[in-house]
Ligand binder design. Structure first.
Ligand SMILES: Cc1cc2nc3c(=O)[nH]c(=O)nc-3n(C[C@H](O)[C@H](O)[C@H](O)COP(=O)(O)OP(=O)(O)OC[C@H]3O[C@@H](n4cnc5c(N)ncnc54)[C@H](O)[C@@H]3O)c2cc1C
Length: 273
């Protein structure tokens, strides 16, 4: 039996209140209603007759819920054509979340849509007196997400990196992390990261080098979202990323052999990163 209440396991429809176009391929939907999500948790987004896919909660203030998504495949390319007023099914919230102590000095590392949950963390953590360094990285400046929102937060310093050097540091956001951890005037208590798995692997290496604890958000193919189907189990631990994750400590992630090496698709076939 799952400890997740039945009303979270069943889809409920929410009306799209606002649509923001972030980039050519990325949109943010604001839904009328809260699921009571914490930063790092995800929801299953359902389009009847199409598919149901996991998405991180980009924001939940107790009144409305946001998701930020890339239109990459069958479901998300249909989702992107939704309009304000349309209904979308949401189940959740599911999974673990980022945890901090009041007054912590935290570094956030974001790649791709990982900037959305990192903004959710930042907006909540500043309310607990935390100081934040947010590092947002992308291929080029046209792909950077959530810069204005992060810049608008008090006690949050924004750092940007682009692979092509079109904005901020030319190179990876993990290089900026390395510099920050080496040069920080005040001790860094924690590093939180969300983004592509190879970025997370590099975050773990950098955090190990500087002996700073980290929490990473991992992704695997998810179906039920609440630990019954076993599709998101990882080798060799057999833990389910939808319930034991997606946010996990670096110490736990270090014991996942497949981390940074391979993942499994809907049928359980292995694919190398
Ligand atoms: C915990 C978690 C949080 C996520 N958060 C976001 C987010 O905030 N924004 C965002 O744009 N994307 C997010 N994703 C990825 C998102 O689920 C996929 O991009 C989406 O499912 C693509 O579906 P599709 O039908 O459009 O594409 P498809 O063509 O069906 O798939 C494209 C790729 O998406 C991935 N994918 C497809 N279905 C699933 C599934 N059920 N579970 C996991 N991965 C899948 C696979 O890697 C696949 O190769 C998240 C994934 C996980 C596991």
């Amino acid at each position: 039996m799952s400890s997740i209440p039945l009303q979270s396991r069943l889809p409920k429809t929410y009306r799209i209140k606002e649509i923001r176009v972030e980039t050519d391929m990325v949109k943010t939907f604001t839904f009328d209603g809260s699921l009571g999500a914490k930063p790092g948790q995800f929801v299953m987004v359902w389009l009847p007759g199409i598919d149901e896919v996991p998405m991180s909660v980009a924001y939940d203030d107790g009144a409305e819920t946001k998701i930020t998504f890339f239109a990459v495949g069958e479901m998300t390319k249909v989702l992107t054509h939704s309009n304000v007023g349309d209904l979308v099914g949401l189940r959740g919230p599911f999974g673990t979340y980022y945890e901090w102590d009041a007054g912590d000095h935290i570094v956030l590392v974001a790649g791709g849509y990982g900037a959305a949950p990192m903004y959710f963390v930042a907006s909540e953590a500043v309310k607990n007196g935390c100081t934040l360094e947010a590092i947002v990285g992308a291929r080029g400046k046209e792909h950077l997400l959530y810069l204005e929102e992060l810049e608008g937060l008090q006690h949050c310093s924004l750092h940007v990196s682009t692979d092509d050097g079109s904005m901020g540091h030319k190179g990876y956001n993990t290089e900026v992390l390395d510099h920050l951890l080496a040069a920080a005037a005040a001790p860094i208590d924690k590093v939180f990261a969300c983004g592509p798995e190879m970025m997370l692997k590099s975050v773990l290496t950098v955090c190990d080098k500087h002996k700073v604890p980290c929490s990473l958000s991992l992704e695997r193919y998810m179906k039920c979202g609440f630990g019954v189907c076993g599709n998101c189990c990882v080798d060799p631990l057999g833990i389910r990323l939808c319930t034991d994750g997606p946010v996990m400590s670096g110490d736990l992630v270090r014991n996942i052999d497949e981390f940074g090496k391979y993942h499994r698709d809907a049928e359980g076939r292995k694919h190398e990163f």
